[in-house]
Design a protein around this ligand. Structure first.
Ligand code: C2E
Ligand code: MG
Ligand code: MG
Length: 777
């Protein structure tokens, strides 16, 4: 059962047709009443179609209104014809009033139905555009095949007999032949329009087309009967007229479907493909029936059927050629897509994906038979300035030319890829000196580029990493990251440099092998250690305190410079773990000092960014209490690697911990962001003058003197950092600085190496009195 907006009217129409045909053809009524019911049914259906079209038209706009107006005119003309016909038949007792005035009415139907169908088809969206549609030539061939096949069918059934039967007058002959001819034309047009319209728009057109086909069917039967000299038309043969007009009414009542209907179903596409074959198959069946019945084909049938079959063969050939061309195009575009997926559109070089793939392959070979491989990471220097000064067009040209020079500087077997805006990666396989290749690349890129008479210069920074160096061979990603880290380190040293990867290179981009290993160390604590460096009174070189310094030994790479891993820990947000480890160890160790070191202070570095966080204060208190250290003996050194987010909050934290007893020092004083403001705001006990002032030169002497003066005025002790020589020590002492730290007094080392033997005996924590006098600094 049909579902959708047309289902109800369709049911009503089907019921009406059944009543009319059933009652008219049942034989229950007298012939006249049968005829009356039949004629009334046809007239009623025609009137219903006319009213449905014309009353519905004003409720629509555009093509939806137009086709209803045209179809209303067609149905109206037909209904008038039917009225006249019925009049002749019922009241003039003329069984088949043909030709008559009624024909004038009937024949208006094809005249107005044609523009109606065309308007309706035009109102539909074109057959789903993205789907491949048959080419123009195939469409024309299909049309001709359908026309030819239907012609053969019509000719064999009605047209032939009408044409052969002839008529009394040329006018009568024209009228007689007009029906099958116009029916043929309408049928062909409906079929072709249905095939060409989008499935989404076929609802109304299908119903209307079906109605017109029903009308054409009964028309043909009628024309055939007339040509055979029949004297009446059985009511059943009129069913096509009643059903046809009823369907026209249903089509007019059916609302237009939105254009967003689901895409064509597979069977609808198959129906479209089968279009030319169905009518041809129909002619085949017909010809077989004729043969069986001993009817020979006449000349017209033979000629048209031959033409139809020839057209079918041509259509087949054209379709094959089109398919072959299509396959070619598909494989071309597949190749193009594959190329685009693995290459950079601007330079034509490999892209990151292809580079990664090649690198993984090269690494596999390296693992298998030790084939050497190196990666160069090249980043153009000052490329942004080129874009800013000469525009992006010139920037793009430069990238293309630089890519060409890069390619020319390496072997054909090497892979050059563009992996970022102005970043290129080169994979060197099969030996040779990668350093030399890098130099060649730097020379090539360093030569000025000439664009439209302008000379544009850029440099290139190159990072180099070789598989097999630094222990285990990392993954492709890690290797590329190492080359990137080396390049980045080069950029920071100054541009236009070649830097070979070293394990201690932070990549400055938030991740490195080092970061991963450090994170692992901090999770399990293995590999971290604490060294101590003495802080002395300059006057007599007595040790008054020791500074605890974090040390990290990488499981396979060995000791990593403190600056490097501290910066890495800060980058990855794990500095807290380093600080807490050192704090705990320092408190434990200091609490155990005795003899000459009994009661000396221990300095512990603390990241200033953490100051003010409640968890930090708790950690400090707990560490001190846990090990029974007198709080005064702990000096927290504040190092400012980033501006303090809230100086007031940091100062409050210093106050709170200060009340607990812990003391504070400003580390590397003079290099931070806001040294004097911090000195002013925070109640610190010490200032550690950065070693840049200690080594002297420039105006450092004046600065040192002023700082010492300010600090002394405030009651803040000053420690000179990085004192390496006697001269520096006495110069600092002469400026009023009382304390010093540096290689002159001892480098940092494990506690056992730097402490006097009698300072490290295990002491009972209870012997350390909480109020033990603290050596003044
Ligand atoms: P800092 O706190 O200023 O530590 C002094 C640094 O100067 C130490 O470097 C020390 O070895 C070095 N040094 C000492 N005397 C001399 C000298 O005469 N000449 C020269 N050239 N250098 C000298 P180290 O151990 O590499 O530590 C570097 C920095 O790392 C420290 O500087 C500190 O800012 C940071 N750091 C160390 N341990 C920790 C820690 O546990 N937590 C935090 N947040 N930072 C730490
Ligand atoms: Mg320090
Ligand atoms: Mg320092």
């Amino acid at each position: 059962m049909p579902r959708g907006p047309a289902s109800k009217p369709l049911l009503v129409a089907a019921a009406s047709v059944a009543v009319v045909v059933g009652l008219g053809g049942s034989g229950l009524l007298s012939p006249w009443w049968s005829q009356f019911v039949d004629d009334l049914g046809q007239f009623g259906a025609g009137l219903a179609a006319t009213l449905a079209c014309w009353l519905g038209a004003p409720r629509h706009t555009g093509a939806q209104r137009r086709w209803r107006l045209w179809m209303g005119a067609a149905a109206c003309g037909w209904t008038i014809g039917q009225f006249i016909w019925s009049f002749y038949q019922l009241f003039r007792d003329n069984a088949l009033p043909s030709p008559s005035l009624a024909d004038a009415g009937y024949l208006t139907l094809p005249v107005f139905a044609l523009p109606a169908v065309v308007s309706l088809a035009a109102a539909r969206p074109p057959a789903d555009a993205p789907r491949r549609r048959p080419g123009q030539l195939v469409m024309v061939l299909d049309g001709l095949i359908v026309v030819g096949a239907l012609f053969v069918l019509t000719w064999a059934t009605t047209l032939g007999s009408v044409a052969r039967a002839g008529a009394a007058t040329p006018f009568a002959y024209s009228v007689a032949i007009a029906y099958p001819v116009t029916d043929l034309v309408l049928t062909v047009i409906v079929i072709l329009l249905l095939a060409a319209s989008a499935p989404a728009g076929r609802g109304q057109l299908t119903i209307l087309g079906a109605g017109l086909l029903c009308l054409a069917f009964s028309d043909s039967v009628f024309a055939y009967l007339v040509s055979k000299g029949a004297d009446s038309m059985p009511p059943l043969a009129d069913a096509g007229f009643v059903a046809g007009m009823a369907l026209v009414a249903v089509a007019a009542l059916t609302p237009a479907r939105p254009d967003t209907a689901p895409p064509a179903a597979r069977h609808a596409r198959w129906a479209h493909l089968m279009l030319p074959y169905v009518p041809v198959a129909g002619t085949g069946v017909l010809l077989i029936v004729q043969l069986v019945r001993g009817i020979n084909m006449d000349g017209v049938e033979i000629a048209v059927e031959t033409a139809v079959i020839s057209l079918l063969i041509i259509r087949q050939a054209v379709t094959l050629i089109e398919n072959a061309m299509l396959l070619d195009r598909v494989s071309d575009s597949q190749a193009r897509l594959t190329y685009q997926a693995f290459h950079d559109a601007l330079t034509g070089l490999s892209n990151r994906v292809l580079f990664h793939d090649r690198l993984e392959h090269a690494l596999a070979l390296h693992h298998r038979d030790g084939r050497p491989l190196a990666v160069l990471f090249c980043d153009l220097d000052d490329f942004k300035a080129v874009n800013d000064r000469f525009g992006h067009h010139t920037g793009d040209r430069l990238l293309r030319h630089a890519a060409g020079r890069l390619r020319a500087a390496v072997r054909d077997s090497d892979t050059v890829a563009r992996v970022g805006g102005d970043e290129f990666a080169v994979l060197l396989e099969g030996g040779g000196d990668p350093g030399e290749t890098a130099e060649r690349i730097m020379d090539a890129i360093g030569r000025p580029f000439e664009f439209d008479g302008e000379s544009v210069s850029v440099g290139v920074s190159v990072g180099l990493v070789q598989a097999g160096e630094h222990g285990t061979v990392p993954s492709a990603d890690a290797l590329l990251r190492r080359a990137d880290a080396a390049m980045y380190a080069g950029k920071r040293q100054g541009k236009g440099t070649l830097v070979r990867y070293r394990v201690d290179l932070p990549d400055g981009r938030g991740s490195s092998d080092l970061a991963e290993a450090l994170a692992a160390t901090l999770r399990d604590g293995n590999g971290l250690d604490v060294h101590y460096q003495p802080i002395v009174r300059l006057a007599d070189a007595t040790v008054v305190a020791v500074e605890a310094l974090a040390r990290w030994t990488h499981p396979s790479l060995g000791p990593v410079p403190t600056d490097v891993f501290i910066a890495t820990a800060e980058e990855i947000g794990l500095i807290r773990l380093v600080d807490d480890f050192v704090l705990d160890r320092a408190c434990r160790d200091a609490a155990a000092f005795r003899g000459p070191w009994a009661g000396i202070a221990v300095h512990v570095n603390a990241s200033a960014a953490r100051l003010g966080r409640p968890e930090h204060e708790d950690t400090v208190r707990e560490a001190v209490l846990r090990h029974g250290l007198v709080p005064h003996r702990l000096v927290l050194e504040l190092t400012e690697t980033a501006p303090l987010p809230d100086l007031a909050e940091a100062a409050a934290a210093v106050h709170r911990l200060g009340r607990f007893g812990v003391r504070f020092a400003l580390d590397d004083f003079g290099t931070g962001y806001n040294a004097l403001a911090q000195l002013h705001a925070m109640p610190v006990d010490e200032v550690k003058l950065d070693r840049t002032f200690t080594v002297g030169g420039g105006r450092s002497e004046a600065i040192c003197r002023s700082i010492v003066q300010i600090c002394t005025g405030m009651g803040v002790a000053v420690v000179a950092e990085g004192v390496e020589t006697d001269e520096q020590a006495s110069a600092m002492a002469a400026l009023g600085c009382r304390f010093g730290q540096g290689h002159r007094f001892g480098a940092s080392g494990p506690l056992a190496a730097i402490a006097p033997a009698d300072a490290l005996d295990v002491v009972d924590a209870a012997t350390v009195r909480p109020d033990a006098p603290f050596p003044a600094l």
